[in-house]
Design a protein around this ligand. Structure first.
Ligand code: AMP
Ligand code: MG
Length: 503
């Protein structure tokens, strides 16, 4: 807490790298951004520092040595000339209208002009806000490490996501099922605007505010639509968000990512993966996998995600209707999902299989493969990686597919599928196809048990595994010989890890 005595509040002039600070979303005013000071945490320490993102943002190389930076990112140094704020939103949770929610534990610092464009900075867990309802405004160390690693794993995989710059921790107690300790994640994104922001102003009949929000999103994030006038602009916005969401869902499905809480308040208008809570990357393939132990109905099961995203897009469309003259074009924009998702999904799976061109039998090939994997709960990531290697080796070896075959209990099912696959793949260019597959099918994913091991060590004050995982997950298609074990099958105990909304 010593720092606070020296710097009761900081001016952006005191931190040279904050000179480029701008209001960003906050320039919309207090209807959208409620000034809220962070609540300090005692004895802050670094948990995770993302040096690759620091560099991409053009922040100084000694950032992690600056006590002011640690204090700022923990919420211990309010910026005098840039009040932090929380934003109001509403949303549908588990299919029900939940009314007003808002940033209950996220505080936005403002936007930084960076080499990768204007980026909003947000502290998650920096204390209560006017929207905390009964929550404490805090995040625990465990869930903060999970968010930090998952955001960056997604980025490494090339899947749109909010980023995470750092995590700081504090010995301050936070009550969940057990007593845990507090942490703050500094998140970075061009925008944190959610479907729920639109639902909020629309449901309250604040149509002027709804229009201001939509115009801001168009101007700042969909500049190609700026010249569109009136109703057409908002229909096109809906179309764009629909298309981006369809692509995102295909990417989640292809990599085996299960979000866990796809409420409309967790859906990004930019089509970014947002709000990492009880997520899971699949181990053994199970289309019906439910990663969130609080999701008793399985609403957000892995295979249901694309359909849920479509449902959520209808909530966004509904919210935009006061700005749109006729229903038909809005419905047409939403309908676009029915082509965009399957097209992106087919393309994604063709890439995973190393297939060139399109063939009418491709979808059946994929469906039959997934059915075989489902039957034997074949490890999703290991399968694709071994298949990629096998395709590459098969140019010279007739036994190349044995390691893939070994993953199946029903060998005859795999053999029959593999025969069809190889016919479709063709016999030439196997090496090139395999190489491309190795750049599509990651060797490393953030399996639950890897995050769990990093968390256990961090709780003992050892953050080496957090940093090492970050490094490996930033390059998940590469070989990391010293971390071969992290590419292996999940251990027996992994299935007993329980992940819920409590974070
Ligand atoms: P989530 O399901 O984590 O996306 O959270 C849903 C809503 O609850 C959001 O409005 C969050 O800001 C809020 N929330 C979650 N946890 C807390 C907390 N510990 N304190 C205050 N608000 C919270
Ligand atoms: Mg949320």
């Amino acid at each position: 807490m010593g720092l606070m005595l020296h710097h009761p509040a900081l001016s952006t002039a005191d931190l040279p790298w904050l000179h480029v600070f701008e209001a960003g979303f906050a320039h919309l005013g207090e209807t959208f951004a409620t000034p809220t000071e962070p609540t300090p945490l005692p004895a802050a320490y670094w948990v995770g520092c993302n040096d690759a993102l620091r560099e991409a943002l053009g922040l100084p190389s000694d950032l992690w040595e600056q006590l002011e930076a640690m204090a700022l990112f923990t919420g211990n140094l309010p910026l005098r000339d840039h009040p932090s704020y929380a934003s109001v939103y509403s949303g549908h949770q588990f299919g029900q209208w939940a009314g007003q929610l808002g940033d209950g534990r996220a505080l936005n610092l403002g936007a930084l002009q960076t080499p990768i464009g204007l980026q909003e900075l947000q502290l998650k867990g920096a204390g209560p806000t006017p929207f905390s309802r009964r929550g404490d405004g805090r995040a625990v160390l465990r869930s903060s490490i999970r968010e930090f690693l998952a955001s960056e794993a997604m980025h490494g995989l090339g899947i749109p996501t909010t980023r995470a710059l750092c995590v700081t921790g504090s010995p301050a107690h936070v009550r969940r099922e057990d007593i845990e300790t507090a942490a703050v994640v500094t998140r970075v994104a061009p925008s944190f605007v959610r479907f729920g922001h639109f639902e909020h102003f629309s449901s309250n009949g604040q149509i002027d505010a709804l229009r201001i929000l939509a115009d801001h999103v168009v101007t700042a994030h969909f500049p190609a639509l700026q010249h569109k006038k009136g109703s057409e602009r908002y229909v096109d916005l809906l179309h764009e968000v629909t298309q981006r969401t369809a692509v995102l869902m295909a990417q989640w499905q292809a990599v085996g990512f299960c979000h866990g809480v796809m409420n409309t308040d967790n859906m990004s208008v930019l089509g970014l993966t947002l709000d990492y809570g009880p997520y899971q990357y699949l181990d053994g393939f199970d289309a019906n996998h439910i990663c969130n132990h609080s999701d008793h109905q399985g609403r957000y099961a892995y295979a249901r995600q694309p359909q849920i995203a479509y449902w959520n897009l209808f909530c966004l469309g509904q919210a935009l209707m006061p700005l749109i003259d006729e229903q038909a074009p809005a419905l047409a924009a939403l309908e676009g999902y029915k082509q965009a998702f399957p097209a992106a999904m087919d393309q994604g799976m063709r890439h995973k299989l190393g297939l060139q061109g399109t063939h009418h039998g491709d979808r059946a090939l994929v469906e039959d493969l997934l059915q075989a994997m489902q039957q034997d709960r074949v490890d999703y990531t290991v399968f694709w990686r071994r298949l990629s290697l096998a395709v590459r080796e098969s140019a010279n070896s007739t036994h190349a597919f044995a390691p893939v075959r070994d993953l199946f209990m029903h060998r005859e099912v795999f053999d029959a599928w593999c025969k069809r696959y190889l016919e479709r793949l063709g016999s030439s260019h196997r090496q090139a196809a395999g190489d491309a597959m190795l750049r599509t099918n990651p060797k490393y994913i953030l399996r639950n048990h890897l995050g769990e091991l990093a968390i256990r060590q961090a709780k003992q004050g050892n953050f080496a595994m957090v940093q090492e995982l970050l490094h490996v997950l930033h390059a998940p298609f590469d070989e990391h010989p010293t971390h071969e074990a992290w590419a292996g099958l999940a251990p027996e105990w992994a299935s007993s890890i329980e992940i819920s909304c409590s974070s």
